[in-house]
Design a binder for this molecule. Structure first.
Ligand SMILES: NC(=O)c1ccc[n+]([C@@H]2O[C@H](COP(=O)([O-])OP(=O)(O)OC[C@H]3O[C@@H](n4cnc5c(N)ncnc54)[C@H](OP(=O)(O)O)[C@@H]3O)[C@@H](O)[C@H]2O)c1
Length: 269
């Protein structure tokens, strides 16, 4: 299959860890010049070093908080300086708050929209003019399974689910609006993916303690089982990265406005 990615440029938000890191690595492997951003500089440097070691590709980095509008405003200038042009945007940075509805604070509600939907909307607004001027581009917005299914127990996703659902709807609308400009927009919806940072957050919020490796594996399997999963294996960041890379490649030229679910048949809606 011809992906047609060599020589292109990409910005991957949240590219220092988990799904973003593996997406950046997979794009670099295809010959894409990649800029990754995240808040922690040390983690960015570590990610760039790791990708360079495994792909022999140079990765650009930029410390940036996607929830801060003044920092988002600087993105076009950073992209021009570090990439020159932009062919691919992967809006991946995001996270969840998992609490009963009545316990969610207003700050958590606002932050949840800011890190997920608002960041994707705002970054697209800054990048799309560059893509239009260049004659086209590809965008993937990373959503999540809470945007399409009610978790069991259901109280876990009242804060994050609506923000993730907004990302799915936003991607569809944007795809239609930008199609005349030769810009494709798709949404990737991961199921349960084992990324160490995210699972550590889950341990803090849900289990209220750090678990041994064996206990953590049992918890993950139990968690999937609670959702009615046939197969309790959690996905890997690489499995989601593969889908993202396909979605931004020439091989996906007829896929636009799609909500691409990778959840091993988890969704029981
Ligand atoms: N893992 C799953 O099971 C799963 C399931 C469904 C959906 N998703 C979605 O997939 C995406 C990636 O998740 P992941 O599990 O790979 O996450 P992760 O391992 O926790 O990594 C998150 C990345 O985003 C960065 N980040 C976090 N807040 C940021 C901010 N305000 N500004 C800029 N960068 C920020 C982090 O670096 P810093 O902390 O240094 O900023 C890190 O690079 C998210 O949108 C998530 O909602 C994940």
């Amino acid at each position: 299959m011809e992906l047609g990615l060599a020589g292109k440029t990409a910005l991957v938000t949240g590219g220092s860890k988990g799904i973003g890191l593996e997406t950046a690595r997979a794009l670099a492997r295809e010959g894409v010049k990649v800029l990754i951003c995240a808040r922690r500089e040390a983690a960015l440097a570590e990610a760039a070093h790791d990708i360079a070691r495994t792909t022999q590709s140079q990765i650009e980095t930029q410390p940036l908080d996607v929830t801060k509008i003044d920092q988002v405003e600087t993105i076009p200038a950073i992209v021009r300086e570090k990439l020159g042009r932009i062919d691919i945007l992967v809006n991946n940075a995001g996270t969840g708050t998992y609490k009963p509805f009545l316990d969610v604070t207003d700050a958590e509600l606002v932050d949840g929209m800011a890190i997920n939907f608002f960041a994707q909307f705002r970054i697209c607004q800054r990048i799309v003019p560059m893509m239009i001027a260049q004659g086209g581009g590809c965008i993937v917005n990373v959503s999540g399974e809470t945007g399409i299914m009610t978790l069991n127990p259901p109280f876990l996703s009242s804060c994050t689910g609506p923000a993730k659902a907004a990302e799915i709807r936003f991607s569809k609308v944007l795809a239609n609006e930008l199609a005349p400009h030769n810009i494709r927009v798709n949404c990737v919806i991961p199921g349960f993916i084992y990324t160490p940072e995210r699972f550590a957050k889950w341990e803090r919020e849900m289990a209220k303690r750090a678990l041994s490796a064996e206990a953590a594996a049992r918890e993950r399997a139990q968690w999937s089982s609670n959702q009615g999963a046939r197969d309790t294996r959690w996905g890997t960041p690489e499995e989601i990265a593969n889908l993202i890379v396909f979605a931004v490649s020439d091989a996906a030229s007829y896929i636009n406005g799609a909500a691409l679910v990778a959840d091993n048949a988890m969704d029981k809606s």
